[in-house]
Design a protein. Structure first.
Length: 500
């Protein structure tokens, strides 16, 4: 590139053109990103072509921080590179380079002036000095990075709740973290240099060293002022010429106590299960005895009463005949109560077969079983699309039969209408039985589920007062609930909630 061509890219006053013609100086401009914007004069051709980074030149390599310091104001003085040797064609010339940041124009101005003929050794020495400085800066940066990583590692180790230590082949401790120092109740300075066997109060030292050779963790009991601790230790040998070990311990005392608690609870649960099994056995025996021994006298008394009525009816006056009828009614009611009581008792001692149950089909079966009562009462029973549930089909069928029978018994003077509906809600199914019968006093909403308790509205209605008790017990067996909606009226609304 000729000097004229070079000058065409830079506006140069005519009275200064001789500095390019006589190759006294060269001028160049660099952008804020250090790219070459323009250059003029042969002495500026040590810079790369326009558009390239100035640091592609060996002369500026490693001076990024110095130039950037001018731009940021950290370095106010111009950068001077005196007595630089540069090959121009076949000639090696000695030049001086001056670089200054022009804040107003936001460019670097580069001035290159020619000096006397240079010796190659000077350029070599200058380059070696620059390379040495660059190497030192890189080493310093690497050392800073290593120091930062060591601080981070130390922070992680010190904040680790595990107990960490290092020791040599003789057991001399060279490092402990904060958690271990706190566990031992001493400072790190007091622990360093002490023997590990004595520090941890390990009675069988030889066995301890044998355990270190094993890959699996070792559970060790250590007694501190706070009590007995269980520590799970694992150790590994560090690489290096000298024997050095690193051990990590985790305090599993809470886990051991939890295991002991669980073991005690398991034993208590097994004992409770044995007692429950024995109780169920006794209950079954009671049910068997009650089925025969309790009902037998009732049946015998009822038989004698009927004989009196049949054989001595003509010899009894009106009061005597009424007494016999009252006796027979009481005996019949007592037999039903004993029978209902046995049904309730057997619910607690029977084995159940849980499966997916078609509730709609079971409700229809219950209606079929109560067909005579439905026909007698003239009731309308509306059955919706009921969701299926998981349970024992026999028990669930009994529950629906009891609830339907309750609505049919406690009907009012108006035509009876019974509605059965249901829907699914997350992991539960919900059912409702509504009727327009006599209803229940809200104050008795819970009492009607108690054994042999009947509502105030039950006057003139036959029953034992155990049907709703059986229904609730069946719901409880299925981990479900049944309750009376006290806000509903006229009539009753029973709400059943069961697991799906």
């Amino acid at each position: 590139m000729s000097p004229a061509t070079n000058r065409s890219s830079v506006a140069v006053p005519d009275d200064l053109s001789f500095v390019f013609d006589e190759e006294i100086a060269g001028v160049a401009a660099l952008g804020a990103d250090f790219a070459v914007l323009r250059r003029a004069g042969r002495l500026s051709q040590w810079l790369p072509e326009v558009g390239h980074s100035c640091f592609e030149s060996d002369l500026l390599c490693g001076l990024e921080a110095d130039l950037f310091g001018q731009q940021t104001g950290q370095q106010a003085e111009a950068l001077s590179l005196p007595e630089m040797r540069v090959m121009f064609g076949d000639m090696v010339e000695k030049i001086t380079i001056l670089i200054r940041w022009d804040k107003a124009r936001q460019i670097y101005v580069v001035l290159t002036t020619r000096d006397q003929m240079a010796r190659p050794i000077d350029e070599w020495m200058a380059r070696r000095a620059r390379e040495q400085r660059i190497l030192e800066e890189r080493i310093a940066e690497a050392n800073r990075e290593i120091a930062i990583r060591e601080l981070r590692y130390q922070d992680v180790v010190d904040n680790n709740p595990d107990l960490i230590c290092r020791f040599d082949g003789a057991g001399c401790v060279s490092f402990v973290n904060v958690a271990l120092a706190q566990f031992l109740g001493r400072s790190s300075a007091e622990i360093l240099g002490q023997n590990l066997i004595e520090l941890f109060e390990i009675e069988e030292g030889e066995a301890f060293w044998r355990h270190l050779e094993r890959p699996e963790a070792n559970l060790v009991q250590m007694r501190r002022q706070s009590g007995l601790h269980w520590i799970m230790w694992s150790a590994r040998r560090l690489s290096g010429e000298q024997a050095e070990w690193q051990a990590v311990g985790r305090d599993v005392t809470a886990l051991k106590l939890l295991e002991a608690t669980i073991s005690n609870q398991r034993d208590a649960l097994e004992q409770a299960n044995r007692e429950l099994s024995l109780s169920n056995t006794h209950l079954k025996q009671f049910s068997s005895i009650a089925a025969h021994d309790l009902q037998a006298p009732l049946r015998q008394t009822a038989a004698f009463a009927r004989l009196l009525r049949e054989n001595y009816a003509t010899k009894l006056d009106e009061d005597g005949a009424e007494f016999i009828e009252s006796m027979l009614a009481s005996l019949t009611r007592s037999q039903k109560m004993v029978s209902s009581l046995l049904k309730y008792a057997r619910l607690s001692s029977s084995a159940f077969d849980f499966e997916k149950v078609d509730v709609t089909a079971l409700v229809h079966s219950a209606c079929a079983a109560l067909a005579d009562m439905i026909g007698e009462s003239g009731a309308e029973v509306h059955i919706g699309d009921l969701p299926m549930m998981y349970g024992d089909a026999v028990l669930v069928g009994q529950l629906w039969q009891n609830l339907l029978a309750n609505s049919l018994k406690y009907r009012a003077d108006r035509p009876l209408v019974v509605r059965i509906s249901g829907f699914r809600d997350d992991a539960f199914v919900n059912y409702a039985v509504e009727d327009n019968g006599r209803g229940v006093n809200p104050e008795q909403a819970e009492a009607i589920f108690h054994m042999f308790r009947r509502a105030e509205s039950s006057t003139g209605v036959e029953g034992t007062g155990i049907g709703l008790s059986l229904a609730r017990r069946i719901a409880e067996i299925h981990n479900g609930q049944i309750s009376l909606d006290a806000s509903y009226g006229p009539g009753c609304r029973f709400v059943i909630r069961m697991p799906a």
